[in-house]
Design a protein around this ligand. Structure first.
Ligand SMILES: *Cc1c(COP(=O)(O)O)cnc(C)c1O
Length: 427
């Protein structure tokens, strides 16, 4: 697979290089120079999930990792992605059956398996800041892998205790640090570390964040898995609604369509952080200050994957008309959660945003699929408040609830973090 930096066409990379670098020069995103169109889609859709995913990924990667791709996929995709029908018009794709109960398990686990095979026995340090789901997915995905250390920063006291336990109780090669500051402070510390050669080169830093190409490619696979579960006669009238923050998930969906996925169109569903829906309406890119919402994994006003979607359209892989933006405010997110509960389906705020956008957008003769990006128990307080009834914890969460956090605490100060990391990890 060949990739090119969207900000500098002289900066190219193989898949292996792009996975290790994350971002290219000038913070540019890597983008495939060619997206293959799959032949005989019906046959592809008829394959089992793991086998089909290996096939799709090997088509994208060409000769890279050819010997190990099926082993990688087998170790990464160890849980299903079922489509659940709510009524004859609307279904949900449940992406939260992985170890940390969010769709980020797919990308995180695939990236971890790729990276562990691409490091050539050189130790790598993953440094990442999290406000919840990413940290948990990354921690679980890399836990116990040789030659890879993980340092996760999170804002002290600002993540739900249960979320925090999902990644601070693992130990071994997973080092977690509560920072006395907010999420932005954590992100700033990560940026400073990447700008510091002592740490960047000394510890071979990698960020594992959502711009990493490996995470996107993994996500392409579950769109095909969804379609394989939709009756053939409904496929070409299917509208897919994606709850979006940094727009990695939607980028993967549009790549899948470019490869021949038989869906009609997509909805970019956001909460009130609606830079993209406004942009699709007006043609001007006007990010506002980020607002906190109950769908907090989508509280992003400058989505970092957007240039890739723009490139997919500009390069002619898909028509611009297949993408509609839709913003759902807090009141309607809660109304959607209750509407879903009335149909016997307990959901959570992110999926509720996608559901609301979908039912308001669906045209004559179309059927709809929205993505369930997290298990409702991960947003237990909100869901219980809105629905006025208790919800039960799945095993993965009740297991960690009683364990002790192993996280250290540091002030929001780069020198302190640097000393901590070098002390911990320098060979
Ligand atoms: C990360 C996340 C999103 C947003 O996904 P993007 O790929 O950043 O658009 C939506 N829902 C949940 C639960 C998430 O964790």
């Amino acid at each position: 697979m060949k990739l090119v930096n969207l900000k500098d066409s002289t900066d190219t990379a193989t898949f292996a290089q792009a996975v290790k670098r994350g971002l290219g020069k000038n913070q540019g995103l890597y983008f495939p120079t060619n997206i293959p169109v799959l032949k005989n889609i019906d046959k592809v859709l008829a394959m089992p999930f793991v086998e089909r995913s290996s096939f799709i990924l090997s088509t994208l990667l060409e000769e890279e990792l050819a010997d190990t791709i099926s082993e990688i996929v087998q170790q990464a995709f160890t849980f299903p992605a079922p489509v659940v029908e709510l009524n004859d018009k609307i279904s949900i794709l449940e992406l939260f059956h992985g170890p940390t109960l969010a769709f980020k398990d797919f990308g995180g686990r695939f990236m971890a398996q790729c990276l562990s095979r691409l490091t050539n026995n050189e130790p790598v340090t993953i440094l990442t800041a999290t406000s919840g789901d990413t940290g948990a997915a990354v921690a679980h995905a890399f836990h116990g892998l040789e030659n890879i250390n993980v340092v996760i920063l999170f804002p002290k006291g600002k993540i739900s205790p249960l979320q925090e336990k999902l990644f601070t109780t693992l130990g071994d090669n997973i080092h977690t640090v509560a920072i006395e500051g907010d999420f932005d402070a954590c992100q700033k510390l990560v940026k400073t570390a990447f700008d510091d050669p002592d740490v960047r080169e000394g510890l071979h830093l990698n960020s594992a964040n959502s711009i990493n190409i490996s995470r996107l490619l993994a996500q392409v696979c579950y769109y095909f898995e969804a379609l394989s579960q939709i009756p053939a006669e409904k496929r070409d009238q299917l509208v897919v609604s994606v709850p979006s923050g940094n727009f990695g998930n939607l980028t993967a969906g549009i790549i899948a369509k470019a490869m021949g996925l038989p869906v009609k169109r997509f909805i970019a569903a956001t909460n009130v952080n609606d830079t993209v829906p406004r942009y699709l309406q007006s043609g001007t890119w006007e990010p506002k200050t980020t607002v906190a919402t109950i769908s907090n994994a989508m509280d992003v006003s400058q989505p970092n994957n957007w240039p890739r979607i723009e490139a997919l359209i500009e390069k002619g892989y898909v028509e611009k008309s297949i993408l509609h933006g839709y913003c759902v405010d807090e009141d309607y997110t809660q109304i959607a959660l209750r509407q879903l509960a009335h149909q016997g389906y307990t959901s959570e705020p992110h999926a509720a945003v996608a559901y609301r956008a979908l039912i308001n957008n669906l045209g004559e003769g179309e059927t709809g699929l929205f993505l369930g990006t997290a298990h409702p128990a991960k947003f237990r307080e909100t869901v219980e408040n809105v629905l006025g009834q208790p919800i039960s914890l799945p095993q993965a969460l009740s297991d960690v609830a009683t364990k002790d956090s192993l996280a250290g605490t540091l002030p929001s100060d780069y020198e302190a973090l640097k000393q901590h990391m070098l002390g911990l990890l320098k060979p």
